[in-house]
Write a protein that binds this ligand. Sequence first.
Ligand code: NAD
Length: 424
Amino acid sequence: MSTRVTGRYKASTGRYNAFEAVNGLFDKSADRLNMPEWLREVLKTPFREVTVAVPVRMDSGKIHVYTGYRIQHNGARGPWKGGIRYHPEVDKDEVRALASLMTWKTALLDIPFGGAKGGVACDPMNMSMTELERLTRKFVARIAIVLGPQRDIPAPDMGTDGQVMAWLMDEYSSRRGYSPGVVTGKPITLGGSQGRVTATAYGVVIAADAYYKSRNETISGKTCAIQGFGNVGSYAAHFWHERGGKVIAVTDVKGGVYNEKGLDIPALFTWFNEKRTVAGFPSADVMNNQDLLTLPVDCLIPAAIGDVITPDNCGNIKAPLIIEAANHPTMPEADEELYERGIVVIPDILANAGGVTVSYFEWSQNLTQFYWDEERVNIELERKMRKAYLDVQTMARQEKCSKRTAAFMLALKRVGEAEQQRGN
Ligand code: NAD
């Protein structure tokens, strides 16, 4: 019961080893479940890891060789499922960590998928559309052998979007025939689902709503600060604002803005669509990524990169509630300190599961070729998120543990049972 979770510092990059950190969280919950050693070993070890060279002809005419990964963590409950990230900091340990989180996330939401993740270490913000298309097609050509609608189904993540998914589908389909179910997060015209673009953020705000509901409160009038204004952060701001909450600070990789009375979110969208950053938005003060985390808000929503809440800054966090829209934004040591301080953390595998939930709906629609309207998608999404939230809350109360430990316990139990039933 007393496993202390740490992630070992990696001297070469100055970062924690995120995969070790996730496995530390795994062990903490496995201890409570009295899970046998052999099963822990099976569940922690990725099923398959593919590393590929991705040579791309840049617009300058020169060839640049990128490194790409697809890691399939566990497929006991269904086809592997997980996003593809384009970001300079993508490395194998990070992708392993994210693949493993997908296994626990799909199990927690009770979606019939396993967990996977992929990525290419590149800087999409400094690449042209034609370079991104060539990169995507070459990457898909090299990993297509392990993909498929019944095998492994990618989706968007940081640095990728519906256009990248469209190229992925096209490249895969040119080899295997029309296969919309090989990827989710596609544009609607190519078989994407209504509500997928906003699904992760909608789920984040439903998780917040469920938390407040359990306390007979609502989002209305509550302040929040959001790190990241990409797909997840921007729509989280939109839904928070729509429910009468005040978004008082937002940052992205280029800078940030703060207004204690609440930012004008529709105007911020207009600004962002033109400038591609929130920085410089008028009628607001300047805010940076570090200071945003320690603002005195009702709710803090990290929605950018991982490992931003650290042992160094967690003592200064003033928000009583943190909703992890990003994957692993909180380092394990910081997580334990937050719990001891009574700060409630709604963990990533629950908070940001709206995206994979609607990806599941999209995949189902592709297989049946019967398409739902947005209202149905959002109703089903809300039902799934609220059920998972209540499951986690009940387990946390029973076990007198954090919501993260409870969420992992529920997920580990489900994947463990599936693994044992399938046998060896
Ligand atoms: P995105 O690429 O659309 O946006 C990322 C945002 O983070 C941008 O605003 C960018 O400026 C900012 N950012 C990047 N590097 C940063 C840095 N070093 N410091 C501060 N900000 C930085 O990505 P997204 O899809 O919104 O994903 C955001 C997070 O949510 C990621 O952790 C991702 O894994 C997680 N997530 C996304 C989805 C999804 O459906 N898109 C689903 C589940 C989890």
